[in-house]
Design a protein around this ligand. Structure first.
Ligand code: NCD
Length: 318
């Protein structure tokens, strides 16, 4: 059983994470059919509240909610002139008045989903769709699901699976959520980044750190490339883009160092030619498009378990 909200990968126990992945497998069987809809959330209202840009996450939450027959409203709040705190509260009160059963929030401020969940403005479930540089739990879940399909035949946990996460860890909520969830599922994670793009305190994260991509590639089962998040960089974090690509980019020469079965992942959007070359992005072993497809099913599973599954029955769960 899940809690009331999905705010952080850190909150998920191994059993809860496996429940989401197993539910995703069951729902994937439905979305493979020509009629993809389930009646589970009929009459429920799901609001997508996006204060930051998004393509994949917004579309896939919307599609996931629709496939479960919920009524879906998408609100893109970017560009609002109201100060963030006030605007979040006022928006939340409006959504509550409209009877939102779930609010999916993406916000530039780390902690905004937590505030929405705990301030008492709304009664519904809150799902974090990415908050600042903090967390992006459904991305980590769809990555875990993708990894499980490729390394574990879609069963059980990820114990012993070796995952290398490369690039702009400092600004990446995807990296943080992945490290936390992959550790919970038993995977062995190595971060590779220039020292300037590693967060303070990374030595306390449950993973290894390396500065040499070529050294760690041969042993990896999966290599996850991170987008260089130029919009979050006020200063210079590396000498030039050419230098970055040379040291930390994945190109065909480097991909050849990987084991033949190892996969290449990227959460998107990709900077082709910067952290990943175009030929690698389009290679057979790059599973970027599959990650997007899995994202819809993972988000269906999350909505199903939070709103329509066992956790909504009886005790008004925690
Ligand atoms: C990521 C995000 O927004 O955190 N994208 C996504 O959700 N698929 C990663 C990124 O923007 O680099």
């Amino acid at each position: 059983m899940l809690g009331k909200h999905l705010l952080s990968a850190a909150d998920l126990t191994r059993d809860q994470a496996l429940l989401i992945l197993d539910t995703t497998s069951e729902l994937a069987a439905v979305t493979d059919r020509s009629v993809k809809k389930l009646p589970t959330l009929r009459g429920r209202t799901v609001v997508n509240l996006f204060f930051e840009d998004s393509t994949r996450t917004r579309l896939s939450f919307e599609l996931a909610a629709k496939r479960l027959s919920a009524d879906v409203i998408t609100f893109s709040a970017k560009g609002s002139s109201v100060s963030k705190g006030e605007s979040l509260k006022d928006t939340a009160l409006t959504l509550e008045a409209m009877g939102a059963d779930a609010v999916i929030i993406r916000h530039g401020a780390s902690g905004a989903p937590e505030r929405l969940a705990t301030a008492g403005w709304i009664d519904g479930a809150v799902l974090n769709a990415g908050d600042g540089t903090h967390e992006h739990p459904t991305q980590a879940l769809l990555d875990a699901y993708t990894l499980r399909r490729h390394t574990r035949d879609g069963q059980g946990d990820l114990s012993g699976v070796r995952v290398v996460i490369v690039g702009d860890v400092l600004h990446s909520r995807v990296a943080r959520s992945n490290v936390l969830l992959l550790q919970t599922l038993g995977a062995d994670v190595t971060l590779v980044a220039p020292p300037t793009l590693l967060p303070v305190g990374v030595e306390n994260w449950p993973c290894k750190v390396s500065y040499h991509l070529d050294d760690v590639l041969p042993d990896a089962d999966a290599v996850m490339m991170l987008r260089v998040q130029a919009e979050r960089m006020a200063g210079a974090y590396f000498p030039s883009t050419l230098e970055y690509s040379r040291m930390y980019g994945l190109d065909a020469r480097r991909m050849a160092l990987m084991s033949p079965d190892a996969i290449v992942m990227h959460p998107g959007p990709m900077n082709r030619g910067l952290e990943i070359s175009a030929d690698v992005a389009d290679a057979d072993r790059a599973v970027v498009v599959e990650q997007v497809a899995n994202g819809v099913n993972v988000r269906m599973a999350c909505l199903y378990l939070l709103l329509g599954g066992a956790s909504s029955e009886g005790d008004g769960s925690q």
